[in-house]
Design a protein around this ligand. Sequence first.
Ligand code: PSV
Ligand code: MN
Length: 424
Amino acid sequence: MHIEKYKLEEHNHSLQKEHHRRFDFIAADTKDVDGLLQKLIDFQVAIPSWALGTGGTRFGRFPGGGEPRNLEEKIEDIGLLHALNRSSGAISLHIPWDIPGNASHIKALAVQHGLKFDAMNSNTFQDQPGQELSYKYGSLHNVNRAIRKQAIEHNIEVIKYGIELGSESLTVWLSDGSCFPGQLNFRKAFQNTLESLQEIYSALPGDWKMFLEYKAFEPNFYSTTVGDWGQSFTYVNKLGPKAYTLVDLGHHLPNANIEQIVALLLMEGKLGGFHFNDSKYGDDDLTVGSIKPYQLFLIFNELIEGMDAKGMNHATDMGWMIDASHNVKDPLEDLLQSVEAIMITYAQALLVDRERLTEAQNNNDVVTAQEILQQAFRTDTRPLVAEARLKSGGALNPLEMYRSGKVRENLIAERGSKTIATGL
Ligand code: PSV
Ligand code: MN
């Protein structure tokens, strides 16, 4: 299945008049519209290979049909998203869910769809068929040296796959932790993890980065060995300049001030990767921006402020990825919604009047500071995002085009209604 160019043009043509009216309205009020549009065009969000099938919980899974049966079809799905929104130009692989059997073929296929390989993800949170030693009591922190070694070797193997594909980063998320008090010696668990990470770090190519993702709880419910940003930050500082913390929005305790966390990590030059999703309770993996859009805006505001302060390039100096998968939506529609929410919010954060904000902060003018942020947040940036998409060859309304183009129906016809994608 691929989107025919003439259909895309027809779609854009039918919406063009209305779009121009809306775009001209906001453009008249926007400073350096062209510069802003270019930033939107450049900004790409990686799609994880495990989000293309219907997610499930331990209570069940309800596949919607036409799910990709292999890595080639996953690349095809992301290619469809990218053709529609031009902002999903990268794929992030989880090993061993998506082993690239023939790397040069997989790489060529990705290039055909305009996709790059973003961070590689290792998996030492599940046991695989035929695996010699179990991760039941953890991987890199395990009291058993042989188990730690097996997990280290897996990570090194993931780096090797990544090198073949042209990826430049490794994300390590560990489920290691404990479920009951007394189960673990925290200090020894930390030391074992650090030593294991050091071995993986020393296998990184010179131009690679390593991201260490933290998570407060789940699947362990008493302690997690990389449980919060402070712990991740301590490890990555000890590891060296190629190691960074990765923030996943769903991995905090309730009400954590995530915007402050990203501000401080950026200040220390240690924020390297970012996983987008949304949640009401914990790591709910819901569509980006569906529950707390203002929080997302405040986070983006700090991301931009902090990146600009360090002279970082928004598009290339951070690993941006969506990390969500759930039960009830068509996964491709959901990803279109998530990318759209990210772009809308990024555009809003770009609109913040930073000079006036600094002035208000220096004068302790709390009211003006709030007004400035909310002015940007309440601006409807959808026409700016749509214009950026139009300029880069995408659809004015990706979701509408997806439905009118009967993409899911076509995928079901091609692949069948009972296919199941690998992943969680
Ligand atoms: C863990 O909850 C996580 O956020 C990590 O990034 C994993 O790689 C991913 O989800 C697996 O679904
Ligand atoms: Mn994540």
